[in-house]
Design a protein. Structure first.
Length: 335
């Protein structure tokens, strides 16, 4: 289960960010894919043109759950149980992809959401399990580009539906149209204090700022996370620069980040936020913070990196909790 959102700052930078919520520990790390690769995917071989960076692992082949490419396209895979449906076999004259390989295919071949709209009819997602979890993952995908255009791709009824996302937010099941309709229940919420009204002969005193959001969901269901993220994104003060945007995205995702132990699945595993990924679609840079270490770690797709990289590179991630000790600084100042 995951939450994702897009965000722009005042200088025109566009971002896509997400939580990765799951019970099985993926040991997530940042990985860079070079240009012009042939990938031995789970449903067959496919090729890529563009270099990209994201949350990935090189297992039996290179696999990604989200990332950004050198064209400024970002994508995140999110669980879509009870709704995702795939074909059993690849239709003639189409490229068949396992759902767990769709992120890498998009990042390696797509230049914009408009480009994906042209090419989506040429592919299909095929019912092939992912070896790491030994099941076929039920997925849908949020895709955004450097213009801020955002869409959600949902595999339902044997077809791939690429749907414009007017709020730039996505979580898990149900589908996007259901979530958008569900927003009407909460569309009267506001960031302003609500006035009180007399009830017969009694006039209640105000509870103060925040009363405009009374009724805003706070649980960890996908429906509630969607509403809460849309509300917070709508009213949060826009950031002015990249560091401020990253800080704001962390603050927004804090509202839907799941600690271990508070959400137990049917199999007894704890569904928790293993990492949070932040994609700068303007600067082609990927940032990650981990459950164990919430200091941002990043890799940028520089020209030098892409011009010289020939093999995928996995970057080791620091999982050590970081605490800045100011004690020595205070002692030296007093001396």
């Amino acid at each position: 289960m995951c939450t994702s959102l897009t965000l722009a700052n005042q200088q025109g930078d566009h971002f896509l960010a997400r939580t990765m919520d799951f019970g099985t520990d993926f040991q997530a790390r940042i990985m860079v894919m070079p240009r012009n690769r042939t990938v031995q995917g789970d449903a067959g071989t496919f090729t890529t043109q563009y270099g990209f960076v994201g949350a990935g692992r090189k297992l039996d082949h290179e696999m990604f759950t989200d990332g950004v490419n050198e064209c400024g396209v970002g994508i995140g895979a999110l669980y879509f149980p009870g709704h995702a449906s795939y074909l059993e076999d690849t239709p003639a004259d189409m490229l068949g992809l396992a759902p767990q390989d769709f992120v890498a295919w998009v990042l390696g071949n797509i230049t914009s959401v408009a480009d994906l709209r042209k090419k989506v009819s040429q592919i299909q997602l095929i019912n092939v399990p992912a070896a790491l979890i030994n099941v076929v993952p039920p997925l849908h995908f949020i895709i955004s580009d450097a213009t801020g255009t955002t869409a959600v791709l949902e595999p339902e009824g044997g077809e791939l539906h690429l749907i414009d996302d007017p709020v730039g937010v996505m979580t898990n099941s149900p589908n996007l149209s259901w979530h958008l309709q569900h927003l009407s229940t909460y569309s009267t919420l506001t960031n302003q204090e609500r006035p009180t009204h007399a009830l017969m002969d009694y006039t209640p005193t105000t509870q103060g700022p925040g009363t405009g959001a009374v009724g805003l969901p706070g649980d960890y269901t996908s429906m509630s996370r969607f509403v809460k993220t849309v509300f917070t994104k709508e009213y949060a003060t826009p950031a002015t620069d990249v560091p401020g945007t990253l800080n704001l995205l962390q603050d927004i995702l804090n509202g839907v980040t799941i600690p271990k132990g508070v959400k137990i699945q049917e199999d007894g595993q704890s569904d928790y936020t293993q990492y949070r990924g932040y994609m700068n679609l303007t600067a082609h840079t990927y940032y990650m913070d981990l459950y164990e270490n919430q200091i941002l770690q990043k890799v940028a797709l520089t020209d030098d990196l892409l011009d010289h990289l020939e093999e995928p590179v996995e970057y080791p991630m620091s999982r050590q909790v970081y605490v800045r000790d100011l004690t020595a600084d205070q002692v030296s100042t007093e001396e």
